[in-house]
Design a binder for this molecule. Structure first.
Ligand SMILES: *[C@@H]1O[C@H](CO)[C@@H](O)[C@H](O)[C@H]1NC(C)=O
Ligand SMILES: *[C@@H]1O[C@H](CO)[C@@H](O)[C@H](O)[C@H]1NC(C)=O
Ligand SMILES: *[C@@H]1O[C@H](CO)[C@@H](O)[C@H](O)[C@H]1NC(C)=O
Ligand SMILES: *[C@@H]1O[C@H](CO)[C@@H](O)[C@H](O)[C@H]1NC(C)=O
Ligand SMILES: *[C@@H]1O[C@H](CO)[C@@H](O)[C@H](O)[C@H]1NC(C)=O
Length: 447
């Protein structure tokens, strides 16, 4: 035990501003009504206006099986994930979220209509789930005549448009929309032999990929003959490839989903399958889990803070880790009025599942921060491992200690504040300075 104790020390500390990404993934192979049921707390999706679920699919506008044209005309709807994603943080050169989505759509005109389809369906990133009023017809559930084109719409959409407006290339195109239904780029699908809404049902696979590092959006489309046919491979070349800086367009926190509309002409606007992966920032919103953990967690943190002081001093006294050649570091450590608590290396190994790659929260220079769970207390922690790859390591280490020092005085409340506002994945930040190599600790301190 002494050996393991020697190898690790943890400091309770407040968060430094490291960018942390989280990955959200959903693969919906089909849909059911409970997924949009407002009364169901588990429901992940929210439907607006006449959007609904039927036949295991999202009907963004009413299902054209309804023989009453009046129920079908001049409709708009949205179905979006209830979850809000933090897509960017602000600041120059700050990274941007990335996402990948894939969906299978089915569009065709109402059997009772004159067989011309209208109007279209779009994949949407928007600041709110709420659909604007009067967003039917050419507005595709995205905007309205009073809002279209306004730069504060905060909307990016990929439209599958089946009606030609004056600004459209034709009545069978895919377009990228920014704040407006007038696309910044649009491509006719006719040359690809793709008809969005032919009289007989057609099934279109759409892939939209956004890389937040490159800030490029790519859209791909490929047909399949039947709903149950196997998914064709993603085409080699995107139909749309466009430089898009989301930070200049969408709100920091935005929603993902679908919008669609009908006009005088109507069509089925149906999403049969949907995969989405968003690599987003951990948001600062206070979740119920955080609140719960706050109630449980504050006493724990306080207990830890008190316990840490006593054990740290005692430990260092007992260990007598005195090294005259490096007395600066040790003096600094000694002057610290408490704080650190010792954890066994095994505890941290368990907490981070052996420093699993998947548990990595972030990396900066020679530090890696892992997400961990201390099984005994069920407290979530950030475990920061600090490898000594350069001399600077020592100073960073001391910088951390300084933070701890400050924290002890007035920033305790701040710590709890941070603790409160850190996302669900992260509560107490335990900064660990450790390495698998037992001699590492000695090296770290030049012992
Ligand atoms: C969608 O997700 C499912 C489940 O993970 C996967 O089997 C399928 O290949 C994905 N589809 C596409 C086109 O990526
Ligand atoms: C709806 O789908 C969800 C997720 O696949 C599933 O857990 C749930 O049992 C389904 N509900 C119904 C009523 O089929
Ligand atoms: C759901 O689909 C079935 C079969 O197509 C249809 O009979 C029914 O009217 C639809 N329900 C709604 C609410 O559209
Ligand atoms: C589209 O269909 C026509 C006629 O069937 C064919 O000649 C042409 O090669 C097809 N184009 C593509 C891009 O598949
Ligand atoms: C985004 O692009 C960068 C640079 O080309 C690449 O290194 C990175 O792997 C890409 N990220 C994703 C999520 O595809």
């Amino acid at each position: 035990m002494a050996a393991t104790l020697r190898s690790t020390v943890i400091f309770l500390c407040l968060s430094t501003a490291t960018a942390k990404f989280e990955t959200f993934t959903r693969n919906y192979d089909n849909f059911n009504l409970s997924m949009i049921d407002q009364a169901n707390a588990e429901a992940e999706l929210k439907a607006e206006n006449s959007a609904s679920v039927n036949n295991t699919a999202l009907q963004i506008t009413p299902d054209v099986c309804d023989p009453n044209m009046l129920n079908l005309q001049h409709r708009s709807g949205r179905i979006m994930l209830r979850k809000k994603f933090k897509l960017w943080n602000g600041g120059d050169d700050s990274p941007v979220a990335s996402f990948n989505t894939y969906f299978l759509v089915n569009m065709y005109p109402a059997p009772t209509s004159d067989s011309s389809p209208g109007e279209g369906l779009a994949f949407l990133i928007a600041p709110t789930i709420d659909i604007p009023g009067e967003s039917y017809g050419l507005f595709l559930g995205l905007t309205s005549s009073s809002t279209d084109g306004k730069t504060n719409n905060g909307i990016v959409a990929v439209e599958l448009d089946t009606v030609k407006q004056s600004f459209d290339p034709d009545n069978n195109h895919i377009g990228l929309n920014v704040h407006s239904v007038r696309s910044v780029v649009s491509k006719s699908l006719t040359p690809l032999n793709i008809t969005l809404a032919p009289p007989t049902p057609a099934f279109h696979n759409v892939w939209i990929q956004y890389n937040g590092t490159e800030k490029i959006i790519r859209v791909y489309i490929a047909d399949q003959p039947e709903r149950t046919s196997s998914t064709p491979p993603i085409p080699k070349t995107p139909i749309i490839e466009y430089n898009l800086d989301l930070t200049k367009i969408v709100n920091k926190e935005s929603y993902f989903g679908f919008a669609a509309s009908t006009g005088t002409l109507v069509e089925l606007n149906c999403v049969l399958r949907w995969n989405i992966t968003v690599q987003h920032f951990t948001s600062n919103s206070k979740s119920p889990l955080n609140t719960l953990l706050l109630i449980v967690g504050i006493p724990l943190v306080v207990t830890l803070l008190v316990g840490l002081g006593a054990s740290f001093g005692y430990y260092w006294y007992k260990r007598r880790l005195v090294d005259r050649s490096n007395s600066y570091m040790l003096n600094r450590l000694r002057t610290l009025p408490g704080m650190p608590k010792e954890f066994r290396f095994r505890e941290l190994k368990n907490a981070t599942i052996n420093f699993d790659e998947k548990r990595k929260l972030g990396q900066g220079g020679f530090r890696v921060v892992y997400h961990g769970l201390l099984s005994d207390d069920n407290v979530e922690v950030a475990v920061k491992s600090f490898s000594r790859e350069s001399l600077k390591g020592e100073y960073d280490f001391l910088a951390e200690l300084t933070i701890i020092n400050r924290l002890r005085h007035k920033l305790l409340v701040r710590l709890l504040g941070e603790f409160l506002y850190v996302d669900t994945s992260l509560l107490v930040l335990l900064f660990l300075y450790a390495n698998h190599n037992k001699n590492w600790f000695k090296k770290m301190f030049y012992l």
